[in-house]
Structure formats: structure tokens, C-alpha cells
Write a protein that binds this ligand. Structure first.
Ligand SMILES: Cc1ncc(COP(=O)(O)O)c(C=O)c1O
Length: 402
């Protein structure tokens, strides 16, 4: 029974305020947000209140943060890459990040001081596009490697930003190792969103970049505090950064229930939580899932350190749950606004809807403690970043053949 919804619940520990979340708390997030605001194409992404859906599903509210509008790139990921490259440049110039702005970086003098820099990364699409976009905007070079089976559309979007991008014959985690070796060989800077022992500074900065989503959301919620936050995980950087951000902000009684969501085919956090013996569990192989952004088999060490202590549930889902989320968001009821949400973006809402609608999932409603008073927050982390597959799934009900 591999293709089904599986879940591990973790009892809350009496964790004290840890440095692991402080790094993603409001103080840092405000600095990150200010840096992003200096970009000319910056604007808040919409936080959409799906009132009709909430009433249909029997919960108090459902808010979706629509990251398809982020910097015109159709996904949230560029927040991490841009902030990380910003901190690299600030350091190279001997400045604090708070002194750096987009305007300053694109100045010719600054570019001369920086010299010939190349950033390299591995990606299933969105992170690489963010790195390519940032490098392009700042007049710097980028090299992007993608795993076997990556979408041509995603590859072309990265190439269109002037990046030297290519698809490898490797799976995601081996592509990361390949990018790391290429960086060492060529003197490039590896800007990877996942962390491992000895490689932490850059992933932390990428994760800090994601906290802009948290800052905006809190402002847009105008004082309302979500009871349930669903976060999808690939290497877990986004889920952990936002968990850190919200745990720093809402402590004690106000602490929301955090549910981490992964595809069955790449459920390394679910497996790690289930094993619960202190070892990180790895998923090998091709990880054939429609949720390309979540097809990562090795947890980021920094992400696990946070999710281990603060996530309440780890859920592994089949592809059809993500497809359900895409259809619901694209075909709203009542006055709800339509959201174009891609495979990884819609996974969390798909799960929340299924849990509320499927009578055989009573056990899970109980485990997740969702009821009529629940205020649900999901992040639609991408739009239709692979338009061909979006249509195949939503129009034809077909999944890509792997
Ligand atoms: C659209 C989308 N959502 C979520 C994620 C998961 O982010 P992370 O790898 O930080 O867990 C990704 C990763 O690429 C993604 O592209």
C-alpha cells in the first residue's frame, strides 16, 4: 500500500526557545523583507481568503498565499536565491545586508569590485530560475543543472535568463553533488538550498530569504492567527524557514499546528519522523512524482533540526491529492478567487480538502485536530510552471508518464 495518504503525528515536546528558529524569526525576516522591497519588480503576493471553500469544507477560514505572482517568476523560490546572493555581495563589499539595495548592487563600480563571479546550483526548476533571474538582474553569471526527466519548459525558462542550464542523467540529490563538484573544480559559488554537514551558511541564507512570505502573510492577516499551517517539503528548506518564522512569532497557546506534506515517492521527512531513531532517512531512485519541486530524497539537515522539534504532523501523499488541489484552486465556488496552482503548489490544499471530505480519513482529522474553528493557511508555492503538464492534469485528468 504505497500510494495512499500516510501520516506520522509527533507529540509536542517542551522545547525551549532555540537558536534554530531564532535565525528565521521576525527580526531577521524584517531585514530580508526590506532587501526584497528594494527590487523594482517587488510587490506583495496576494493572500486569498477562500470563504466559500472554507464553508464547503466546514472550517472557519482558508487563506492561500499565491506565490505565482512572485517577481513575475511564477514561484516563491527566487526569494531565497536573491537574498542569499545579496548577502554574498554585501560580504564581498564589507557591508551589512541592511546597507545593501538592488540599486547599489547594479552600480557599475560595485560590479567591478565583485569581479567575475559565477553562481552554480542544482534544481528541479524553480530554485534555479530564481538564481538565474537574480544573476541576470545583477549582471552576474549562473550555471544550472537539472535532474533527469526535468521539464523542457522549466529548462527553457532558465536558459531565457541567460543561464548556462542543462538537464543531467542524474536524480535530484546526485545532481546536487554534481553541482558541488563543478563548483569546486571551476571556482564557482555553489548556491544550494539544501544543507549537509559542513555546508550550512548559504542554505541558511536561502531559507531566511523565504521569510519574506511570512512577513507579508502576517501583515495581510491583520491580526488573525492561523490555527493550522500546511507546508510542502522537498529538501524542507521552505517548510522549516516558515515553521521557524511562525514559531518565533506565535508562541505558547497561539502556536499553530504545523503539517509537513510530501509526495509518497519522495517522503524522506515522513520516513525520518516515522523511524524516529535520530537518523535521517533517504529515498533513492527516480522519485517519479508530478510534484517535481518536492521530488527530493534527502532532507536538509538544518530543515530537519527545526521540523523535528516544531512540526506536529508529517504526511506523505499520492499524486492525485496534488491534482485535486490544482482543480479545486482553479475552479472555485461562490465568490472565491481562482488560483492557478501547480503540482507542488496545490499539494497542501489538496490534502486539507481531502481530509475534510473523506469519511475514511476521520482518524486524520482527529490527528490534525481540524474542526469548524480551524483557520487554515496554505502556501501555493507555484503557478503553472510546467504549463503542458498543468493542462494534462487539470483538463485531461492525465498524469505525465515517467
Ligand atoms: C513550487 C515548490 N514548492 C515547494 C518546494 C519545496 O521547497 P524545499 O525544497 O525548500 O522543501 C519547491 C522546491 O523546489 C518548489 O519548487
Amino acid at each position: 500500500m504505497d500510494e495512499c495518504i500516510k501520516s506520522v503525528h509527533r507529540e509536542r515536546l517542551q522545547v525551549h526557545y532555540l537558536n534554530s528558529i531564532k535565525r528565521f524569526g521576525l527580526d531577521i525576516a524584517k531585514k530580508v523583507h526590506k532587501f526584497h522591497q528594494s527590487f523594482p519588480d517587488y510587490s506583495y503576493t496576494p493572500l486569498i481568503d477562500l470563504k466559500s471553500l472554507a464553508s464547503t469544507l466546514g472550517v472557519k477560514s482558508i487563506h492561500i498565499k499565491d506565490e505565482s505572482c512572485r517577481f513575475g517568476l511564477n514561484a516563491f523560490k527566487c526569494l531565497g536565491g536573491s537574498y542569499c546572493i545579496g548577502t554574498y555581495i554585501a560580504e564581498a563589499l564589507g557591508l551589512e545586508i541592511s546597507e545593501l539595495s538592488y540599486e547599489l548592487i547594479i552600480n557599475d563600480d560595485v560590479k567591478r569590485k565583485l569581479g567575475d563571479v559565477t553562481f552554480v546550483t542544482a534544481t528541479d526548476g524553480n530554485h534555479g530560475r530564481g538564481i538565474a533571474w537574480t544573476a541576470n538582474r545583477l549582471g552576474l553569471k549562473s550555471v544550472v543543472y537539472m535532474p533527469k526527466g526535468s521539464s523542457e519548459e522549466r529548462l527553457n525558462n532558465i536558459k531565457a535568463l541567460g543561464s548556462n542550464a542543462s538537464i543531467t542523467e542524474l536524480n535530484y540529490d546526485d545532481t546536487v553533488r554534481y553541482a558541488n563538484e563543478a563548483a569546486a573544480k571551476n571556482g564557482w559559488i555553489l548556491v544550494q538550498d539544501t544543507a549537509w554537514d559542513g555546508y550550512e551558511t548559504i542554505p541558511v541564507r536561502i531559507m531566511q530569504g523565504y521569510t519574506t512570505m511570512g512577513c507579508e502573510t502576517v501583515e495581510q492577516l491583520s491580526g488573525s492567527i492561523p490555527t493550522h499551517i500546511f507546508l510542502q517539503a522537498g529538501v524542507g528548506a521552505m517548510a522549516a524557514a516558515l515553521t521557524g518564522f511562525f514559531m518565533d512569532l506565535y508562541q505558547g497557546e497561539r502556536r499553530p499546528i504545523i503539517t509537513v506534506v510530501e509526495p509518497n515517492k519522495a517522503d524522506c521527512f515522513y520516513k525520518t519522523a516515522k523511524k524516529n531513531d535520530g537518523t535521517l532517512q533517504i529515498v533513492n531512485g527516480d522519485m517519479n512524482t508530478i510534484m517535481a519541486g518536492l521530488a527530493c530524497g534527502e532532507p536538509s539537515t538544518i530543515a530537519w533540526d527545526i521540523l523535528r522539534d516544531y512540526a506536529d504532523n508529517f504526511v506523505s501523499i499520492p499524486d492525485w491529492i496534488a491534482a485535486k488541489g490544482m482543480r479545486i484552486l482553479g475552479n472555485p465556488s461562490g465568490d472565491d478567487k481562482k488560483i492557478i496552482s501547480g503540482e507542488s503548489g496545490a499539494s497542501t490544499l489538496g490534502l486539507a480538502a481531502e481530509v475534510m471530505q473523506n469519511a475514511s480519513l476521520d482518524w486524520m482529522r482527529e490527528q490534525l485536530a481540524i474542526n469548524t474553528n480551524s483557520k487554515i493557511l496554505c502556501f501555493s508555492t507555484e503557478g503553472d510552471t510546467d504549463r503542458l503538464n498543468y493542462r494534462r492534469i487539470v483538463w485531461d485528468g492525465l498524469f505525465p508518464s515517467f
